[in-house]
Design a binder for this molecule. Structure first.
Ligand SMILES: Nc1ncnc2c1ncn2[C@@H]1O[C@H](COP(=O)(O)OP(=O)(O)OP(=O)(O)O)[C@@H](O)[C@H]1O
Length: 244
């Protein structure tokens, strides 16, 4: 479903991703952990073309986004990236739009579905994240946890095959993380394919099928949660977890 080969990204002389290779299969939940600056966000953002990589290949659902550092056409890039939804640490909701309009803007622009279908879907997704009564309010009136649940509902509006989360709870007060993690957990139970960059170790251990430990631009260690969290021989992961 996602095939990444020898992905490289440099900012000037700084090598942020160093020949990263991995696959994600349909329905799999991958948690990405690792120290600050190890390249987790850059890796995630590369998958949706928010960063242009400097080398390597990314294939999404059998379609090449970038092959040996050369990107496909801009039309194909749009088509491929529209199969993925992304949720950011700081929600990135449009402040001047109501909750409902935040959800409906992209699908209305794309015009793949009728207005009625789009309205029905936004209503259904808001109910799914427990915010059916917030359709007409503006983001500024919501708590952080509510904003993030709106962002998740918005990311689902185009019926993505894959959801990507970049530290979805890092900007939240501790008492608000639970409501967001519950929504992500429910998506995992529904077999949504997801990559989640997170500092929530117990959540990663619980929900992920596989864990990538990134360090210094590489996937230094990867395995099932038990292999990653329960193996005292994984020295780099161990040192990181002691510090967390
Ligand atoms: N636009 C940019 N220009 C220059 N350097 C950048 C840029 N974006 C990221 N970097 C650098 O790339 C490295 C990796 O950053 P990235 O945000 O991917 O790490 P991260 O593992 O997600 O960290 P964190 O957990 O703090 O979010 C860091 O050294 C960062 O300073």
């Amino acid at each position: 479903m996602i095939e990444v080969r020898q992905l490289q990204k440099s900012f000037g002389s700084l090598d942020v991703l160093k020949q990263i290779t991995f696959d994600v299969t349909p329905g799999e939940v991958v948690a990405v952990i690792g120290p600050s600056g190890s390249g987790k966000s850059t890796m995630l953002r590369s998958l949706v073309h928010l960063e242009e990589v400097t080398g390597g290949s990314i294939s999404i659902c059998g379609k090449m986004l970038v092959e040996n550092g050369s990107y496909t056409s801009s039309t194909a890039i749009r088509e491929i990236t529209s199969t993925m939804g992304m949720v950011f640490q700081h929600f990135n909701l449009f402040p001047h739009l109501s909750v409902r309009d935040n959800l409906e803007l992209a699908p209305r622009t794309l015009k793949r579905e009728s207005v009625q279908q789009i309205t029905a879907k936004s209503r259904e997704l808001l109910a799914k994240v427990g915010l059916a009564d917030k359709a007409d309010v503006y983001p500024s009136t919501l708590s952080g946890g509510q904003k993030q649940r709106v962002a998740i509902a918005r990311a689902m509006m185009l019926s993505p095959d894959i959801l990507l989360f970049d530290e979805p709870t890092s900007a939240l007060d501790p008492e608000l993380t639970g409501e967001v993690l519950r929504v992500i957990r429910q998506l995992a139970e529904e077999n949504m394919t997801m990559i989640i960059v997170t500092h929530e170790m117990s959540f990663a251990r619980d929900v992920a099928d596989r864990v990538f430990f990134m360090d210094n631009g590489e996937i230094a260690e990867s395995g099932t949660p038990d292999e990653i969290f329960g193996n005292p021989k994984l020295e780099r992961t161990r040192t990181f977890l002691m510090r967390e």
